[in-house]
Design a binder for this molecule. Structure first.
Ligand code: A2P
Length: 282
């Protein structure tokens, strides 16, 4: 069975390099989907309060009943719960739904610069970690100025920034910044939400050369850059196939050919971090 290697985080902990993302997995399906992934060998699940499916993730964890330290669980504080008190209450609700005592990784879901609550939210995160309720604390969709804001408020740097990142949207600048600051890059929508990358001729040619699927090549590229990836699928065969991307090694030339597919801002598929402050939705 393929198992993901673990990457070091700056707080001394580690994170499995590949996990299952469950954005847009319906609440009544998520338990079976997560169970399929855990049975296939996944040991990392990425959810969020805003996906409205944490209870189902918790149900799958209970049904699988792995030793607690063998599975890595991430959730995120939603935009409407930013602020010191609201974030703490939201975290309690997340833990209630997941049925866990300690969370592996908790992320601020979006920076919401217009709300002006990011620093207060981050203070709650720092305290919850000190209280032993969260193992690692990080952020999602943060730009350089957002990272600066939370660091300046608390002196604590997020261990990880989860950002949209796939072959058409390579995020070279943020990846460089993360590398300089010791922040792990985690890629959401690593398959471009099942879009153009999966039929791209360059990726298709590389896939054919390896006897792999285009999805596996897109994931192997992301892994070769040193990022954590959290592909989403509800399809058992794809869930298994995506984990096996860990066994696919691309040449340096192949990695560069895929990086050259970058379309800059035109490649973005999700919301813009400077503007989005709404409900994430499932
Ligand atoms: P489904 O969930 O129906 O299997 P991303 O993680 O980039 O957001 O991409 C998720 C999308 O990609 C979903 O539509 C998912 O479909 C699809 N997908 C996931 N894995 C694969 C795969 N191995 N091959 C093709 N499509 C995939």
């Amino acid at each position: 069975m393929t198992t993901a290697p673990r990457l070091p985080l700056s707080d001394g902990r580690t994170i499995p390099q590949l996990g299952l993302g469950v954005w847009q997995v319906p609440a009544d399906e998520v338990a079976d989907v997560v169970l399929t992934a855990l049975e296939a060998g996944y040991r990392h699940v990425d959810t969020a309060r805003g996906y409205d499916n944490e209870a189902g993730v918790g149900e799958a964890l209970r049904r699988m009943d792995l030793p607690r330290d063998e599975v890595f669980v991430t959730s995120k504080c939603p935009n409407q719960d930013q602020g010191y008190d609201a974030a703490r209450r939201s975290f309690d609700a997340t833990m209630q739904d997941l049925g866990l005592d300690e969370l592996d990784l908790y992320l601020v879901h979006w920076p919401c610069p217009g709300k002006g609550l990011t620093a207060d939210t981050w203070r709650a995160f720092v305290e919850l970690q000190q209280e032993g309720r969260i193992r690692s604390i990080g952020v999602s969709n943060f730009r350089e100025e957002d990272l600066d804001r939370v660091e300046q408020a608390t002196g604590v740097t997020p261990v990880l920034n989860q950002i949209e990142l796939h072959p058409y949207f390579c995020q070279a600048e943020l990846r460089d910044l993360h590398a300089r600051r010791g922040i792990v890059t985690e890629s959401w929508s690593p398959l471009g939400q099942g879009g153009g990358e999966l039929t791209d001729p360059v990726i298709d040619r590389i896939a054919a050369a390896h006897g792999a699927s285009t999805a596996q090549v897109a994931l192997a590229w992301n892994l070769a850059l040193g990022n954590v990836v959290i592909p989403k699928s509800v399809t058992p065969e794809r869930i298994r196939q995506n984990l096996e991307a860990l066994d696919l090694e691309l040449t340096e030339a192949e990695v560069q050919a895929i990086t050259a597919l970058d379309r800059g801002e035109d490649g973005r598929r999700g919301k813009r971090p400077d503007a989005f402050e709404g409900h994430q939705g499932s």
